[in-house]
Design a protein around this ligand. Sequence first.
Ligand code: ZN
Length: 295
Amino acid sequence: MLKKKMIIEARINEYAMRHDNPHVPWTPDEIAESATRCREAGASIVHFHARNPDGSPLHTVEAYAEIIRKIRVKSDILVYPTLGWFSNDGDPAGRINCVTTLAKDPATRPDIAPIDTGSVNLESYNSATRTFTHPERVYINRTDTLQRYARDFVASGIKPQLVTWSVGFTRRAAALMDQGLVNEPAYFLINMTDGDCLTGHPGTPEGLEAHLRFLPPNRKLEWSANVVGGDLLRLAGLAASLGGHVSPGIGDYPYRELGSPTNEELIRRVAEVARLSGREVATPDDTREMLCLPA
Ligand code: ZN
């Protein structure tokens, strides 16, 4: 049995709409309620995106501050907002401004925030009709922007999650570590993609294992797996046995084959897989210690 506890990060909404799963939380109250229930089900981190009442992306400091305060009134779960990715692309270098502003007040300081360590095409490909949707869409993360994010996160007391979509992203993340810009242990997200998203490794054992071979061997790190547009449950046991962590949520995939569950129902299933694989589920305090988060 692996002694290391398993971190479950709930990715509760992303920019998912509700046609495939009506339980995607959008409003601050819905997000805070979902975060609390996910904590009770076994998650120790909640990753979320602020949304307008119609589900469209929202990028204001006020919205994130309201959500974070509402979560913290109800729960000790660790708080991890997005930077808004391609939907917040007016000024890629400025994407970080919302979280660094939130960090100035301890009450709203995020515990974790993402650094996607490279740029990607974000088209959708429909293999049945052989057509692309949004063939123009690119999510830009210049290397000098990544260096700025890493420095500003350290100064703000925010732990970066190094989001890696393929091996080149991992090598760039390792270079940021070499430069002393990211403290150990680093927290990696192995961001696989399935369905109509072509950009990441497939969400299969082969896709995960190929990726893991290129994690820097001489560095202290923890890694978590997620699958955008695919079923993470089928990889959760493998991630557990390999000493990794998991980042499930209905934001990334609606799980229609399971009856479109709530986030907490999905987290409960993943926690059960972890326990059956011999891994106890980490609490927020355990996670804080494993990732060396600032107190
Ligand atoms: Zn996200």
